[in-house]
Design a binder for this molecule. Structure first.
Ligand code: FES
Ligand code: FES
Length: 208
């Protein structure tokens, strides 16, 4: 069954949804019930207008153990806030759509894609970027092993791999080869340095 027909069975067609959304405000319930958006996304969209998302707000982010005051719009991603506002350019913007992992940072120790996280949603988390991982002995060791094992070519993917590997080794200090691959499976390398990357993480695991 086509998406159009599925949506129509829920009482709203994709065409009417788009027309309605473009024409004004739709309730959260209506948006979520269409099945076209998750409830979380529906809640973030419902009641907003173009004027509503234009303003800037000053917020404080906790980045690498420092309080960083940034002025952001509600639509500003954590990645853009880190790179453009806070000047922390180590996290890379490659796909900007959650597919490559180059923008990976830690939020309360867990890897997150900063291009898919709103800056406003990150204000209550402790953020660690590639600039901050060396403060952790595990992160420092991962960085050293990437250098020693020649785990980078162009280097665009490397910050994301190092951050993901640091999170992996903190949680599992002695991962198997499969667990290493799984642990960084959200990170893509266009240059194909995977063997060296896996080797570097395995070497860091032995010393972590
Ligand atoms: S830049 Fe964020 S996943 Fe690719
Ligand atoms: S080293 Fe170039 S994308 Fe990974």
């Amino acid at each position: 069954m086509s998406d159009e027909k599925k949506s129509s069975r829920r009482g709203i067609s994709r065409r009417s949804f788009i027309k309605g959304f473009g024409g004004g405000v739709i309730s959260t319930a209506t948006l979520a019930n269409t099945g076209l958006l998750s409830r979380e996304l529906a809640e973030s969209f419902a009641g907003t207008s173009s004027e509503g998302i234009a303003g800037k707000t000053r917020v404080t982010l906790d980045v690498n153990g420092r309080k960083v005051s940034v002025e952001v719009e509600p639509r500003t991603t954590l990645l853009r806030a880190l790179r453009d506002v806070a000047g922390l350019t180590g996290s890379k913007e490659v796909c900007d759509r959650g597919q490559c992992g180059a923008c990976t940072v830690l939020a309360d120790g867990k890897p997150v894609l900063s291009c898919m996280t709103l800056a406003l949603d990150a204000t209550s988390s402790k953020i660690t970027t590639i600039e901050g991982v060396q403060a952790d002995p595990v992160g420092k060791k991962v960085q050293e092993k990437f250098v020693e094992k020649d785990g980078a070519m162009c280097g665009y993917c490397t910050p994301g791999f190092v951050v993901s590997a640091t999170a992996l080794l903190r949680e599992n200090p002695t991962p198997s080869a499969d667990e290493i691959r799984q642990g960084v499976s959200g990170n893509l390398c266009r240059c194909g340095t995977y063997p060296k990357v896996f080797e570097a993480i395995a070497a860091a695991a032995k010393k972590a």
